[in-house]
Design a protein around this ligand. Structure first.
Ligand SMILES: C[S@@+](CC[C@H](N)C(=O)[O-])C[C@H]1O[C@@H](n2cnc3c(N)ncnc32)[C@H](O)[C@@H]1O
Length: 329
C-alpha cells in the first residue's frame, strides 16, 4: 500500500474530502492567503509576541510554530520519549518538520486527506525527505479512516484540522487503534464550549457513557444555537468547511474509544486576540475572518488543547479486527 492510494472507510466509501475541503485546500491553496504565512495554516499561539505594536509576517510564522510547540510539549510531558508520531491533517508538513527538528521525534508521519496538500508537503520538505529517509513521510488518509497499522504510533497529534472532521467518534476510534497502549494524543482546534459547568477535566472510560448521557440534553440546544450563530457570522461555518463540534462531543468520543486522562484546556486568550490583531494589519479580500474574535468573546467558540492517553494494558473497543494493512506509504 502506498500513501497515494485512496483508502476506504468502514463502509467501503473512499476517504474523499468533502467539497468545501477539496476547494479550499486544492486550487484555492489556503496557505497562500494573507491571513497565513510561512506555509502554516493555523491561527497561531501568540503568548510572548507583543501585541502593542503592528505585527509582522515573522511574528505570524512565529505564532504558527508556537501553536505546534504548545501541542508537541504535551506529548513528551512526564518524561515520555519522543517516539513515532502521526500528525493528522498535516497540511504542508512544516509542523512535522518542527516535531522532528525541535522535539527529536524518532519518526513523523504526516497524513492529510487532500492530495494537493501532500504534493505541497513533499515539495516544502524535499530536502528533509532526502536527508532523513525513514524519519519523515507523508500519506494520504482521513482522520476517520487512517491508512495505518494497529498500534503503529507512540503519539498522535492534530493542529487546527479537527474543525473539518466529519465524524469525531470515528476519529477517536481510529486514533485509539493506531496508537500503541500507553500512547498519547493531543488535539488543538476550535470547538463550541461545553455548557455543563460541572464538567471535570478528567473522565474515566467507565464513567464517560453516563456523563455523556447526562450532558447531551444540556449541550444539544446550546450547540444548535451556537451553530446557527456561527454560520451567521463566519462564512467558513456557513459553507460547511468548519463544523460546530462541541468540545463535549470530542471528550465523549475519546472516552468512548477507550482513552483515559482526557483533559481540555482553553487557550482562546492566547489565540484569538493575536490573530485578530494580525488580521487588522493585512489586506483581507473578505472581512468575515475578523468575526472570530467577537465569536470567542461572545462564548460561541473557544480554542482548546485536548490531551488523552490510551491505557497501557487495555485494548480499545472494537480493536483487533482492523481492515487496514500496515502502510509504508
Ligand atoms: C487548517 S489546515 C491545518 C494544516 C496544518 N496542521 C497547519 O497547522 O499548518 C487543515 C488541514 O486538514 C486537512 N483535513 C481536513 N479534513 C481532514 C480529514 N478528515 N482527515 C485528514 N485531514 C483533513 C486539510 O486538507 C488541511 O490540510
Amino acid at each position: 500500500m502506498t500513501g497515494d492510494e485512496k483508502h476506504t472507510d468502514q463502509h467501503g466509501a473512499p476517504a474523499e474530502a468533502p467539497p468545501e475541503v477539496r476547494a479550499v485546500y486544492g486550487p484555492q491553496d489556503l496557505s497562500a492567503v494573507p491571513a497565513f504565512q510561512g506555509g502554516f495554516i493555523n491561527f497561531g499561539h501568540w503568548d510572548g509576541i507583543p501585541l502593542d505594536r503592528p505585527l509582522t509576517a515573522d511574528d505570524r510564522v512565529h505564532s504558527e510554530r508556537n501553536l505546534y510547540r504548545r501541542v508537541l510539549r504535551t506529548l513528551t510531558a512526564d518524561g515520555d520519549t519522543a517516539g513515532r508520531a502521526l500528525e493528522v491533517g498535516c497540511g504542508l508538513g512544516l509542523g512535522c518538520a518542527l516535531a522532528l527538528e525541535e522535539f527529536g521525534f524518532a519518526a513523523v508521519t504526516g497524513m492529510d486527506i487532500h492530495p494537493d496538500q501532500l504534493d505541497r508537503a513533499r515539495r516544502a520538505n524535499a530536502e528533509r525527505l532526502a536527508a532523513a529517509p525513514g524519519r519523515l513521510r507523508f500519506v494520504r488518509g482521513a482522520a476517520e479512516a487512517m491508512p495505518c497499522g494497529d498500534a503503529a504510533f507512540d503519539h498522535l497529534y492534530t493542529v487546527e484540522a479537527a474543525q473539518h472532521f466529519r465524524d469525531l467518534a470515528a476519529f477517536a476510534r481510529e486514533s485509539a487503534r493506531v496508537l500503541r497502549p500507553g500512547g498519547r494524543l493531543a488535539v488543538t482546534s476550535f470547538f463550541v464550549p461545553s455548557a455543563a459547568p460541572e464538567e471535570t477535566p478528567e473522565e474515566t472510560p467507565e464513567k464517560a457513557p453516563e456523563k455523556a448521557r447526562e450532558k447531551t440534553p444540556v449541550d444539544a440546544p446550546r450547540t444548535a444555537d451556537a451553530a446557527k450563530a456561527l454560520a451567521d457570522r463566519l462564512d467558513s461555518f456557513a459553507s460547511g468547511l468548519d463544523r460546530p463540534h462541541a468540545l463535549s462531543d470530542l471528550r465523549h468520543a475519546l472516552a468512548s474509544a477507550g482513552f483515559t486522562d482526557v483533559r481540555a484546556e482553553s487557550i482562546g486568550e492566547s489565540v484569538w486576540p493575536g490573530f485578530d490583531h494580525y488580521l487588522a494589519g493585512v489586506p483581507l479580500p473578505v472581512t468575515w475572518p475578523r468575526n472570530f474574535l467577537p465569536a470567542y468573546r461572545d462564548g460561541l467558540l473557544d480554542y482548546y488543547v485536548i490531551t488523552a492517553r490510551r491505557p497501557a494494558e487495555q485494548e480499545p473497543p472494537g480493536s483487533g479486527t482492523s481492515q487496514y494493512e500496515p502502510s509504508d506509504g
